[in-house]
Design a binder for this molecule. Structure first.
Ligand code: UDP
Length: 492
């Protein structure tokens, strides 16, 4: 048992989108569960999203708390209470959020100087945290919110620029452990051309390269060849400690309150609906926390789902300009409700609860890294439908490497709030749903078998004796040794 002065103190700085905040809060909770004194730094409205779970951990004796800062809403012209990208309804609000977080840099730096933790785990969007860590002589661990495969693919694209030496629409990722081909239109804009975001990414990457290492929400068995590539070819230190969602969310309350949005559609209704369905019979369709789809695309999905004849839960988010418009096909919602064929959620879905339910048999995913890990932890085959960020790379891991996914045929990378020019048609949706939900029994069985195998490996990884578990212990010991070395340097 560590004495108070020996206790390792860590600060966690999550970014203000669910896809970054949810896994980092889980990570913070994992460290606290193993005796580390943890503080999560965020703004008040964001703190409210996970306060209940922190309170429960704290009552259970885990040393964890939140330091909640007031968001400078008035200064940046954002309505009170809007402090997360999942809540914005315009690009201006998004810019306001970024400005607000910049204004919080000084108070956070001051807090770090005052408290002098032993380590800072900071999201990629806070590259400045490296400077504070260096000033204090403490390690900074960087967090990207994605897995090794996409980090390696991004590196490969940046170093080799294969798209610049060909007229073809297709590029091959040179020197990759698997043969990975992509359409140039699927590459992230910041990789394809130089945008403002390319420069921001350079700054983030430089700060990651100069950090103590990277904390990765993944597990060795999922992408071992790419963990190796990351550590040898890219030469970076990393600890895989995932899937963190599996580690920390074991009871219903934890899963339900993972991101405690008070405006949820009522978890009970969807769970009751699922309870009335057969084993593996329901397809869960969700495009993550940020994606808003155009009216055209939503219509195509509705027609495709209906024509497939399969049961589904669909989280529908329409573009802000369509907020007051009826965008689904006429009578669709009524038909689905009355026939009990489809359950439509228009706000926040209790995703982990749904994925882990025995009636859920597959998912349509936009290939956000957290959704992927949550889906495979539930042993589900997937229909992959990437849209933005690093999602097209993640798709390739699912379809070409671990082969638990079938591509719907998404061809165009686009910014998450842009409509884009390309749509996936209803026939493609119907075909992919029929395939994954079992009309060609052989294909579906193979997908399901591989997904179940990965589920077993994911669960083992975070148990005692698993590699993620061992990595966590090794990292905590490393950080303790660094703390002892620092205190010896001070006294000598
Ligand atoms: N999520 C959820 N309900 C929703 C939408 C998203 O619980 O209605 C959670 C999901 O379980 C995951 C996170 O939000 O943990 C989304 O992260 P991901 O990396 O999958 O995608 P992003 O939202 O960053 O695009």
């Amino acid at each position: 048992m560590d004495s108070e002065s020996d206790k390792l103190r860590m600060f966690f700085l999550p970014f203000i989108t669910p896809g970054h905040m949810i896994p980092m809060v889980d990570e913070a909770r994992v460290f606290a569960k193993h005796g580390v004194d943890v503080t999560v730094i965020t703004t008040q409205a964001n703190a409210a999203l996970f306060q209940n779970r922190i309170d429960r951990d704290s009552k259970a004796g885990h040393p964890i708390k939140i330091h909640a800062l007031q968001f400078p809403s008035a200064q940046v012209g954002v309505p009170d209470g809007i402090e997360n990208f999942a809540a914005i309804t315009s690009m201006e609000m998004g810019s306001g959020l970024l400005q607000g977080m910049q204004l919080l840099q000084k108070p956070i730096e001051q807090l770090i100087h005052d408290v002098r933790p032993d380590c800072i785990v900071a999201d990629m969007f806070f590259p400045w945290s490296l400077q504070v860590a260096t000033e204090l002589g403490i390690p900074r661990l960087a967090f990207r919110g994605t897995g090794y495969f996409s980090l390696c693919a991004e590196h490969c694209m940046r170093i080799h620029e294969p798209h610049k030496s060909t007229d073809s629409d297709v590029v091959l990722l040179p020197g990759f452990p698997h043969k990975i081909e992509m359409l140039t239109s699927q590459l992230p804009e910041w990789s394809r051309t130089t945008t403002n975001f390319t420069r921001s990414m350079d700054i983030m990457r430089e700060s990651e390269e100069n950090s103590y290492g990277m904390l990765v929400n993944s597990f060795h068995e999922l992408e071992d060849a790419y963990e190796e590539y990351f550590k040898t070819i890219m030469g970076l230190k990393a600890w895989s400690i995932g899937p963190v969602s599996l580690w920390m969310n074991r009871d219903v309350l934890d899963k339900a309150e993972r991101h405690n949005l008070a405006d949820g559609d009522g978890h009970n209704d969807v769970m009751e609906w699922l309870n009335s369905k057969n084993l593996n019979s329901v397809l869960y369709v969700n495009f993550g926390s940020l994606t808003k789809l155009s009216a055209t695309q939503l219509k195509e999905i509705a027609h495709g789902l209906e024509a497939s004849g399969h049961l589904f839960i669909w989280v529908v988010r329409k573009m802000d300009k369509d907020e007051d418009k009826e965008v689904l096909p006429e009578g669709f919602e009524k038909r689905m409700r009355e026939s009990k064929r489809g359950f439509i959620i228009k706000r926040w879905a209790p995703q982990m609860l749904i994925l882990d339910h025995l009636s859920t048999g597959g998912m349509v995913t936009h290939c956000g890294w957290n959704s992927i890990l949550e889906g495979l932890s539930a042993g589900l085959p997937m229909i992959t439908w990437p849209l933005f960020a690093e999602q097209f790379y993640n798709e390739k891991l699912l379809t070409d490497v671990v082969r638990i996914g079938v591509a719907v045929g998404s061809k165009e990378w686009k910014n998450c709030w842009h409509e884009g020019t390309y749509f996936v048609g209803r026939e493609e949706v119907e075909k992919a749903v029929r395939l994954v939900m079992g009309e060609d029994q052989e294909v579906a069985a193979e997908l399901r078998k591989r997904a179940s195998e990965l589920q077993v490996l994911a669960k083992k990884a975070v148990e005692v004796g698993g590699i993620s578990h061992a990595n966590l212990m090794a990292l905590i010991n490393d950080l303790k040794s660094l703390k002892i070395q620092r205190s010896q340097n001070v006294t000598s």
